[in-house]
Design a binder for this molecule. Structure first.
Ligand SMILES: [Zn+2]
Ligand SMILES: [Zn+2]
Ligand SMILES: [Zn+2]
Length: 143
C-alpha cells in the first residue's frame, strides 16, 4: 500500500494503535466499510476470498479480533448464536432495538448515555471507549 494520505479514518486508527497496515487487514476493513456493517463473519470470509484468495481464514479472524479489540467493530449475535454479526462503531457506539417476534432491528442514534458513562468512569476508575446497546421488545408491526 502506498502513501498514507488516503487512509480511511479506521485504517488510520489501526496504524495509530501501532499495527501494520497489511494487505489482509486493509482488505477486511474495506469489506466491512463497504458493507456498512451488519455483516457476519462468514460473509466477510466470502467477500475477502473473492477479492484476494491468498488471504487465509485465520488472518481474517485475527483481523476481526484485532478490530474488535480497538472498538472499531463489535460482534453481536442477532440471528444466531453461532456466527457473530459485526457492526461498525461510529463514534464508539451503536444501538439496536431488536423485535423478539420478527427479529427486525431498529437503529437509533442518540442514546443519552454520556452521563452514565461519565459516572461509571469516575466510580469504577475505568476509561470507557465505547458501547453497544441492545433493547429487546415488540415492534409496531408485531404488537
Ligand atoms: Zn416485529
Ligand atoms: Zn446496527
Ligand atoms: Zn450510545
Amino acid at each position: 500500500m502506498s502513501g498514507t494520505e488516503n487512509l480511511s479514518p479506521r485504517a488510520a486508527r489501526l496504524r495509530e494503535a501501532g499495527h501494520k497496515l497489511t494487505n489482509a487487514r486493509l482488505t477486511v476493513l474495506g469489506v466491512l466499510e463497504e458493507s456498512g456493517g451488519h455483516i457476519t463473519s462468514s460473509e466477510v470470509l466470502d467477500k475477502v476470498e473473492a477479492i484476494d484468495s491468498s488471504i487465509g481464514r485465520a488472518s481474517v479472524f485475527r483481523t476481526l479480533d484485532l478490530l474488535t479489540s480497538l472498538s472499531i467493530i463489535r460482534p453481536t449475535y442477532l440471528n444466531s448464536s453461532m456466527t457473530p454479526t459485526y457492526v461498525l462503531m461510529p463514534d464508539g457506539h451503536h444501538h439496536h432495538i431488536v423485535c423478539t417476534n420478527c427479529n427486525r432491528i431498529i437503529e437509533f442514534e442518540n442514546c443519552g448515555l454520556g452521563a452514565i458513562a461519565a459516572e461509571l468512569e469516575e466510580r469504577l476508575h475505568v476509561k470507557l471507549t465505547g458501547h453497544l446497546l441492545e433493547f429487546y421488545g415488540i415492534c409496531e408491526k408485531c404488537s
